[in-house]
Design a protein. Sequence first.
Length: 205
Amino acid sequence: MIKHLHAGTAGAIAETAAYLRQGQLVIFPTDTVYGIGADAFNEEAVALLYEAKQRPMAKAIPILLADMSGIWRVARTVPAIAEWYSQQFWPGPLTLIVPKHPALPANISDSDSIAVRIPACEVARSVIRAAGGAVATSSANRSGQPAAQTAAEAINQLGDWVAAVLDDGPSPHGIASTILDCTGTTPKVVRQGPILPEQLALDTL
């Protein structure tokens, strides 16, 4: 039976994080859409996340961080351009692709890179911090289906797979984050989201 928790209730964040530390999946709010998360360093939990979403293994799972100090646990290096963008847009709806740390499970990404972000959502960051600082997180929907903007929508798609859902009302943005690949010589927008290309000033780099 899924545990339905409310973000404003005492102990809800700690309980959500405890499920993550136990290797279970949870649904929780972010600043973009609702996410389904797993312990980023637990290979079995990451595999379960792929299975729940019916996500192809070739599509890496991004990692959400509580704060900038966590990036050194998930990134082998941080290119100067990625550091610049993080200073400009984090916390916020910009995901940066950087070289992957070898300590991460192999199934979280089938390449040498990993997507990372610090969400501008205090509830999300509190859960991530309490869970250890890094949570593998994808949008809380089956692959190919619309992203969940509410806890109810997320439960409808993935409720059978998660131990708990943390409800904090509708998502503020309603669309997934912008993804920027910072592993090459020039940053490249991989997915359009709330942050537009003109805000990234790519033509001035």
